[in-house]
Design a protein around this ligand. Structure first.
Ligand code: ZN
Length: 298
C-alpha cells in the first residue's frame, strides 16, 4: 500500500515537473548565434560566452550556426524564421545571395538582430545589411557608405559627411561608457556613466544611420589614438518591422567579461526579440569609477 502510493506520488510529481518544464520551454524565445569566420580568433570562445549569457537569463534557447572556415559557404542557409532573434559574431566572406535575401526579409518582417563588435565590419557591399547595422567599419567603407556619426559633449548627435575611410580604433584600454538615452528599454536604469573593461574603442564608423538611436557613447581619447569624439557604442536601429541592437563593444573575451557588456548584451537581445526588457540591472553592474568583471572559463 505504502509502496503503491509512493509510486503514484512520483508519477504525479513527474507529471507536474514535465508540465512545468514544457511551459517554461514554450515561453522561451529562440535565439540563433551566427559565426564561423572572424578576424578575431577568439570567436569560438566568445560565441560560447554569449550563448551562456543568454541561457543564464532563462529567457532564451540558443542555437549556433557556423559557416565554413573560408570563403562564401554555399551551404550556409539557416532557417531564420524559426527564431525570434539572430546574433552575429560573424566577420567574413559574403553569405550566399539567397541566404542574404532571406535574412533581410526576416528582419524586415519583424525579426530581431544583434550585431556584436567586428560583425559590423562584415558585408560592406550589402546595402540592406548596412541599413540594419546603422554604422559599420573597414572593408573599403568611406563617404559613399554614409556619414560619420558621433556625439558632442552635450549629447547632441553629429552626422558628418566629410570624406574619409570608415572604421578605426586606438590602443585598447578601459574606458567610460556614457548613457545618452536613459529612457530606452535597453539602457533604462543604467548609471549615467560606467567603466568598461579593456576593449577596442571603435571610432570613425560610418553608414546610412537611418532610423538609428544612439543609446551610449564613449570618448575616443586622442591619448590612446582615438578621434577626440564621443563615439557611438550602443545603438538601436529600426529596419522595417525589425529591431536591431548594435554593440560596438566586445573585442576580447576579457571585454565580454565586463558586466556592462553582459548586461547590455542580454537586455539588447531581449529588446530585439520582444521590444521590451524585463531584466533588472544587476547588483554587480560597473560604477563610474569601478570595473566589474565576471571571469569566464579559460
Ligand atoms: Zn576588435
Amino acid at each position: 500500500m505504502r509502496r503503491a502510493s509512493l509510486g503514484w506520488t512520483f508519477l504525479f510529481l513527474g507529471f507536474i515537473a514535465t508540465t512545468a518544464l514544457t511551459a517554461a520551454a514554450a515561453e522561451k524565445k529562440a535565439a540563433l548565434i551566427v559565426d564561423g569566420q572572424n578576424n578575431h580568433g577568439i570567436w569560438p570562445k566568445t560565441t560560447q560566452m554569449m550563448k551562456k549569457y543568454l541561457e543564464e537569463t532563462g529567457l532564451f534557447t540558443v542555437d549556433v550556426a557556423t559557416t565554413a572556415a573560408k570563403g562564401t559557404d554555399e551551404n550556409f542557409a539557416p532557417d531564420f524564421s524559426k527564431y525570434a532573434v539572430v546574433i552575429s559574431n560573424y566577420n567574413g566572406a559574403a553569405w550566399p545571395a539567397e541566404t542574404q535575401k532571406k535574412f533581410a526579409e526576416f528582419v524586415k518582417n519583424g525579426g530581431g538582430f544583434v550585431v556584436v563588435h567586428a560583425a559590423d565590419n562584415s558585408f560592406p557591399e550589402w546595402p540592406e545589411y548596412n541599413e540594419m547595422i546603422g554604422l559599420g567599419g573597414w572593408g573599403g567603407r568611406n563617404e559613399k557608405s554614409g556619414p560619420y556619426v558621433y556625439a558632442k559633449d552635450d549629447g547632441s548627435i553629429v552626422r558628418d559627411e566629410s570624406k574619409g575611410p570608415g572604421g578605426s580604433h586606438g590602443a585598447q584600454h578601459d574606458f567610460t561608457v556614457i548613457t545618452r538615452d536613459a529612457e530606452h528599454p535597453i539602457t533604462k536604469g543604467l548609471p549615467r556613466e560606467w567603466l568598461h573593461v579593456k576593449d577596442e574603442l571603435y571610432d570613425k564608423l560610418r553608414g546610412p544611420a537611418a532610423n538609428m538611436q544612439v543609446l551610449a557613447t564613449a570618448f575616443a581619447d586622442p591619448k590612446h589614438g582615438g578621434t577626440g569624439r564621443h563615439e557611438p557604442m550602443l545603438m538601436a536601429v529600426k529596419f522595417g518591422k525589425g529591431r536591431v541592437f548594435h554593440t560596438a563593444l566586445g573585442h576580447g573575451d576579457y571585454s565580454q567579461e565586463c558586466v556592462g557588456f553582459i548586461t547590455t548584451f542580454q537586455r539588447g537581445v531581449e529588446w530585439a526579440a520582444t521590444g521590451a526588457v524585463t531584466q533588472p540591472v544587476p547588483e554587480d553592474f560597473p560604477k563610474p569609477d569601478a570595473l566589474s568583471q565576471r571571469k569566464s572559463a579559460p
